[in-house]
Design a protein around this ligand. Structure first.
Ligand SMILES: [Zn+2]
Ligand SMILES: [Zn+2]
Length: 251
């Protein structure tokens, strides 16, 4: 047996022992799965698929028939001031996707690969895939990042595949904002984040095409405020990529 074969045999044995001691489980619900199931059980994959299909408005990301769009915007978005140019979404914030995003925010960082897979699919399906100079994760205030230990949007950003884009963390949150419960009005949410972001002195956003990365979009107040700040800093275009869009019934 040559060295390569011995190494392969050793790896195979180690994998078998690992599977015996720690059988693979679904990253979302904990049910036993086989190695080929790729991190989730059949039920959770099924739920995830039902959260991710369907047409949506490229301005707000909410469910919308492509035939109901006028100038690439749904009726809700007509005449609204939206600072980001377009949005791509992984899916709708419900069922397994909702559970996974909440888990991911609360320490279950092992969900990163599955969520990044979703983000990459959405990004590759968007029409701004080839244009991005900078990925910018929506920043947390440093006190929240310290409490959580990580910025979930930055983790996803690091796993995005794009030959042209670099990651920039030159957008910062300068003011602590209140957590935004889902039922608060869009106007109240906009007030909560107004003036909460700034760019670092040495930023390189002037003339560049930027893609903001966030986990959940609800009314879009946070993304809108970030996009406004980036455009004031000279960004030519600002797109948004989110894992999920919530609040389908909130205008
Ligand atoms: Zn499961
Ligand atoms: Zn819309």
């Amino acid at each position: 047996m040559n060295t390569v074969k011995i190494k392969q045999a050793a790896t195979f044995t180690l994998q078998s022992i690992n599977q015996l001691l720690w059988p693979p489980v679904c990253n979302n619900c904990g049910k036993n799965i086989c190695e080929e199931d790729k991190n989730l059980c059949e039920n959770c994959w099924g739920q995830l698929h039902s959260c991710t299909g369907g047409d949506y408005c490229p301005r707000c990301g909410k469910d919308a028939s492509r035939y109901g769009l006028l100038d690439d915007a749904c009726p809700d978005c007509q005449g609204k001031k939206i600072h980001f140019d377009r949005i791509a979404r992984g899916g709708v914030y419900t069922q397994a996707l909702q559970q996974m995003i909440l888990g991911f925010k609360n320490g279950r960082t092992e969900l990163d690969s599955t969520l990044a897979f979703l983000a990459n699919s959405a990004f590759q399906g968007s029409n701004f895939y080839n244009d991005i100079d900078f990925f910018v994760p929506v920043p947390l205030h440093w006190t929240r990042r310290l409490a959580r230990g990580y910025n979930q949007s930055l983790i996803v950003t690091k796993k995005l595949k794009c030959p042209t884009a670099a990651i920039s963390t030159d957008l910062v949150r300068i003011r602590q904002t209140k957590p935004q419960p889902i039922m608060v009005s869009p106007a109240a949410r906009a007030r909560n984040v107004a003036g909460a972001f700034a760019v670092r002195y040495e930023h390189r956003f002037a003339g560049k095409i930027v893609c903001l990365i966030d986990d959940i979009k609800t009314t879009g107040a946070t993304l809108n405020e970030c996009a406004k700040t980036l455009k004031e800093a000279g960004a030519a275009k600002v797109f948004a990529l989110v894992l999920a869009v919530a609040g389908q019934n909130i205008n």
